[in-house]
Design a protein around this ligand. Structure first.
Ligand SMILES: C[S@@+](CC[C@H](N)C(=O)[O-])C[C@H]1O[C@@H](n2cnc3c(N)ncnc32)[C@H](O)[C@@H]1O
Length: 278
């Protein structure tokens, strides 16, 4: 089928609808959201890469999953994945995805509450995985590697992955993390098939210029030899998971009440009334 030319206004408005629905980020778990312009371009790239395939998101606070599904539903894109599932430990994210899919009648989009500390099990086998994990600045990329491990398990060691991680020429740690993730992927029978450098920016106060890349990995032929059963993460892998001295200790972030994320919360403001109303 011939690909539609993307109508930029429609694409930006679709992303805007998704951003309105997105829970606010919790910095202590490295939830730092991608900027909206970058989300538009990223969503188109993901839809193209995973066209006709079953796609698992290992964590997705950014809501790229929702953008990809919604842009297709709205006819902004006439291609994209056949099935999308988000696995995230934040119930606010999981419920926001489910509510949006329900409201917009997007049948091929779903979400599951899951902590990547636990072994991965799913009745569906996916063709590709996407992850924008904690970037592992203080554990030499071990947090990234745990998310990648779950992605590899989601595709059953056969398929493709897109890993979104820090990419900066001035800092030493992103280079070390990139090397660690490439080594880890190779040990699981995946090779780096493409890299798109310095593509995305984030709402990150203390490092507003820090960018990320898309690192694509693909399974080698005959990768059955590397298949092993999924196991829970060992405690040593959880140190400095979300930053310096920020170990993984939380099983799930629970949603307290259903909020309309696009609206102001009652505890954010008070009303000062007109003295003598007419
Ligand atoms: C850590 S953030 C990385 C930054 C990314 N730009 C974002 O805000 O989504 C990615 C996602 O991973 C999820 N996450 C964090 N720790 C997790 C864990 N242990 N298991 C599963 N998902 C997790 C977060 O809730 C978030 O949605």
């Amino acid at each position: 089928m011939e690909r539609l030319r993307v109508d930029l206004r429609k694409a930006i408005n679709a992303v805007s609808d998704v951003v309105q629905n997105r829970p606010r980020p919790l910095r202590e778990f490295d939830q730092i959201h991608m900027k909206s312009g970058d989300m538009v371009l990223q969503s188109e790239m993901v839809a193209d890469w995973a066209d006709g395939k079953r796609l698992a998101f290992i964590g997705d606070g950014d809501a790229i999953s929702v953008c990809v599904a919604y842009m297709r539903k709205r006819g902004v894109l006439n291609f994209g994945p056949s099935k999308i599932t988000v696995f995230d430990f934040d119930e606010r994210t999981v419920q926001a995805v489910k509510r949006f899919a329900d409201k917009e009648r997007i049948e091929h989009l779903d979400a599951v509450l899951y902590n990547c500390f636990d072994e991965f099990c799913s009745a569906t086998k996916y063709d590709c995985f996407y992850t924008n994990p904690p970037w592992g600045a203080y554990n030499n990329g071990e947090s990234v590697n745990l998310f990648v491990e779950r992605g590899v398990e989601a595709v059953g060691y056969h398929g493709e992955g897109m890993i979104v991680i820090a990419d900066d020429d001035e800092l030493p740690w992103p280079k070390q993390v990139l090397a660690s993730v490439q080594k880890f992927s190779r040990e699981r029978g995946f090779y780096v098939s493409k890299m798109q450098r310095k593509l995305h920016t984030y709402h990150l106060d203390d490092a507003p210029d820090l960018q990320s890349c898309n690192l694509y990995v693909s399974s080698l032929p005959g990768n059955d030899v590397n298949e092993t059963p999924s196991l829970p993460a060992t405690p040593e892998r959880l140190a400095n998971f979300y930053g310096r001295s920020q170990q993984l200790r939380v099983k799930y972030v629970r949603e307290k009440k259903i909020l309309n994320y696009g609206m102001a919360h009652e505890d954010e403001y008070s009303l000062e009334m007109v003295k003598d109303p007419p």
